[in-house]
Design a protein around this ligand. Structure first.
Ligand code: ATP
Ligand code: MG
Length: 266
């Protein structure tokens, strides 16, 4: 995805964003721009860690193109967002319970049918989700890669937007471009940075500093660092076992880093 392409996006959602009241203050959306940087894995970790703190949590699969929260969790759900979108069931009926102590609304795995959903239908889904928010302490939305309309709608209207980035140059440029688009359309969004798959905490902080300089220099904003998560082979093992790393490997580097990061979430 080239930056020039991203920067000439249609402004359809700018209006949408203005029309929505800031109801979803307890929504934490997890985005990145570039794919494969650990958004889904981190979303599950956040949901699990917050649930362990006895908070009532909903994990919403907002990756409408390649939904896979249910796969990473090994969760079989009766209904998913696709059923909600087709009007078969209300969103409340699509809520499943994970053994890990939080609720889940699954997307539709392995099918692109929700990827091209019209904006009006997407808006209805988001309105339903905002209504549900009042029943939870925190709602985590796992977003897809890129900057499609669903990603922008959810990201712009989240109380907190976590932008996950790695030290790869393409991840950095995509994260910057993503931040620029969201900040241009809604400067109120509370953007925070997570550096994932870092060689060390120090290296992660250096990666953050590169991204911060670009944000300060060109956008005049300074999104804070929520945390650095180190590269850890246990992440892959936990995903393969379809379990939360907090449960499978409670003392590994990535778990330690995630727990530290979660403690900074109010
Ligand atoms: N801290 C980490 N250490 C090592 N590997 C990691 C770490 N975080 C994520 N990964 C690896 O990155 C891969 C991608 O993770 P994940 O599916 O969560 O990314 P994603 O950003 O949601 O991808 P997509 O954009 O396709 O939705 C995982 O298979 C995992 O092995
Ligand atoms: Mg994902």
């Amino acid at each position: 995805m080239s930056i020039s392409k991203i920067l000439s996006l249609p402004t359809d959602l700018a209006m949408t964003s203005k029309n929505i009241s800031r109801k979803g203050q307890n929504i934490i959306a997890v985005a990145s721009g570039k794919g494969g940087v650990g958004k889904t894995w981190l979303s599950i970790c956040l949901a699990h860690a917050l649930a362990k703190q006895r908070r009532k949590v909903l994990l919403f699969d907002g990756d409408l193109g390649l939904a896979n929260v249910d796969i990473q969790l090994g969760l079989v759900t009766q209904y998913d967002l696709s059923a909600v979108s087709m009007g078969k069931v209300p969103m409340t009926q699509a809520i499943a319970r994970s053994d890990l102590g939080f609720d889940v609304i699954a997307g539709r795995s392995g099918s692109g049918s929700l990827a091209n959903i019209p904006l009006s239908r997407l808006q209805l889904i988001f309105d339903d989700l905002q209504l549900l928010c009042s029943q939870y302490d925190k709602v985590i939305i796992d977003l897809g890669a890129g900057i499609e309309k669903a990603v922008r709608l959810f990201a712009q209207n989240a109380g907190t937007l976590l932008v996950v980035c790695t030290d790869e140059p393409t991840s950095l440029t995509d994260a910057y471009a993503f931040i620029k688009v969201i900040n241009t359309q809604n400067p109120q969004v509370n953007i925070q940075i997570v550096i994932n798959i870092a060689g060390s905490i120090k290296e992660g902080e250096r990666t953050y500093s590169t991204l911060l300089k670009a944000c300060q220099g060109f956008l005049k904003i300074s999104p804070p660092l929520l945390g650095v998560i180190r590269r850890d082979m246990h992440v892959r093992d936990a995903i393969r076992a379809q379990n939360s790393i907090l449960q499978s490997f409670p003392t590994c580097d990535a778990t330690v880093d995630v727990l530290e990061l979660v403690n900074k979430i109010p």
